[in-house]
Structure formats: C-alpha cells, structure tokens
Design a protein around this ligand. Structure first.
Ligand SMILES: Nc1ncnc2c1ncn2[C@@H]1O[C@H](COP(=O)(O)OP(=O)(O)O)[C@@H](O)[C@H]1O
Ligand SMILES: [Mg+2]
Length: 235
C-alpha cells in the first residue's frame, strides 16, 4: 500500500478538521477527493506531507509513519499545489536542476533536464526561458517534471487544475493518467468533477472532515457524479 490513513484525526484548537479518516491508495490508483471548501482536503494532504502533525491516528507512506520517518516518506512523494513555487528568474531547466539536486538526486547534464521537461509537456522553446514568463499550466508541468525526475511513487495534488484553461487542464490530466499507468499512486484534491471522473480510479467525497462516500470512478457517469455530489452537499 503506497498511502494509508488510519483513523487520522486533526484538530486546530477546538475545531476538529479531520474526524478519523481511513483511506488506502495503492500503486496505479488515482483517488480524487472532492468536497466543499473547508471539508478537510488540504489538511489531509498536509498530514501526508508532514507539514502538520496528526492529533490522533496515522498517516503512512509505503508502510512508514510520516511523523516518525520524515525523510523516507518525503523521498517517495512529489507535491503539486495549486501554485507551484519556483524561482521566477531561473529558467524551467534551472529550477528543475535546483530542486532535484536539493531533493538529493544526483546532478544530470542539461539534456536530461530538457528531456524531462519535454516529457512533462513543456514546449521546447520554454525550457530556457525564465519561469516568471510561464503560464500557470507551464509551471504545473515543471512540477510534473520534478515528480518524473525524482521517480516519485506518490503524487499529492492539491487543486492542481484550479484556474487552468480547459486545454491546460486536459494536458495536466493526461500527464497524471500517464503517471498512473506507470504505477504512481495519486491523491488529488479537486473541485473538478469532470476531470475526476476522467482520471480517477476512485472518487471520495469529504464533508466536514468525514469521508462520507467513495466509489469506483468507472461505476458513475458524469451526471451520476454531479447528482451524488450535490446530494451530499445539500444539508
Ligand atoms: N492552520 C489552520 N488553523 C486553523 N484552522 C485551520 C487551519 N487550516 C485549516 N483550518 C480549518 O480546517 C478546516 C479544513 O480546512 P482545509 O483542510 O483547508 O479544507 P479544504 O482543503 O477541503 O478546503 C476548515 O474549517 C479550515 O478553516
Ligand atoms: Mg484546500
């Protein structure tokens, strides 16, 4: 099992943001987490990143408890938030080199970085341009390139397609699908019902810190998904 939440609880002061989450994601699975703002999606992802510590329960990656094995668990994962943080004055290639070396990956020749960025869908003309000139979709592709370069076994995605135009969002989904087919496990928080049905193997709906429903993406049509989602949001 690549990712496992065992009775995972997170309190912020008096507020219980996550109320005993149980979740398993295996290699080659994409779990899309849907839910209104404030449902606990980002909290869930941050617990697996080790950015925050659980109040109770366990966040495990490849069998290691995140809190106890921060180095091993971070090595296995790549994280793409809504806005990928890069150095705007450095090129895509320089950012990729900088962040992968920082992550402990041996330095490669420029042609390797160039190829990785192009594998992640970045147009060749952009590779040597400052990232400050990139569109949001292009920055997300640098994020994917980092995941590829680091051979991440787990991708944690927090609303990665928010604010992308449909073409960029489609390209992003294709990249995630390709990584999924190569055996990467993916946890993606999103508001995009359409894309979730396209790329997810499983879809979960979170409401006020509780995973209130989950099902195989193949078992629902887009209309079903929208209806199920809206029914859960009603009260
Ligand atoms: N650092 C924090 N301090 C206090 N409350 C927080 C903090 N982060 C999130 N929360 C609260 O926890 C709940 C879940 O938030 P979050 O995980 O960001 O939800 P989502 O990503 O689904 O929108 C919300 O009620 C939010 O206000
Ligand atoms: Mg969030």
């Amino acid at each position: 099992m690549v990712l496992e939440a065992v009775n995972l609880v997170k309190d912020y002061g008096e507020h219980r943001a996550l109320k005993g989450l149980n979740l398993k994601i295996d290699a080659g699975e994409v779990f899309c987490l849907l839910g209104a703002n404030g449902a606990g999606k980002t909290t869930t992802i941050q617990l697996f990143l080790g950015f925050i510590e659980p109040t109770a329960g366990l966040a495990k990656i490849k069998g290691h408890v995140v809190k106890d094995s921060p180095v091993e668990t971070k090595r296995a994962l790549a994280y793409i938030p809504e806005n990928v943080m890069l150095y705007p004055t450095l090129s895509g290639l320089e950012n990729l080199r900088y962040f992968t070396v920082l992550a402990g990956i041996a330095e490669q020749g420029p042609s390797v970085y160039r190829q990785t960025l192009m594998d992640a869908g970045l147009p060749e003309f952009a590779v040597d341009k400052p990232v400050g000139t990139y569109s949001k979709g292009m920055r997300q592709k640098v994020g994917i390139a980092m995941a590829i370069a680091r051979k991440a076994e787990l991708l944690l995605l927090d609303e990665p397609t928010s604010g992308l135009d449909p073409k960029a969002s489609n390209e992003f989904s294709q990249l995630v699908t390709r990584l999924r087919d190569e055996g990467v496990a993916v946890l993606m928080a999103t508001h995009d019902l359409f894309r979730s049905r396209e790329i997810a193997t499983r879809i979960g709906i979170m409401k006020q810190g509780v995973l209130v429903d989950q099902f195989a993406a193949a078992d629902v049509s887009h209309q079903d998904l929208e209806r199920i989602y809206l029914e859960h949001m009603r009260d």
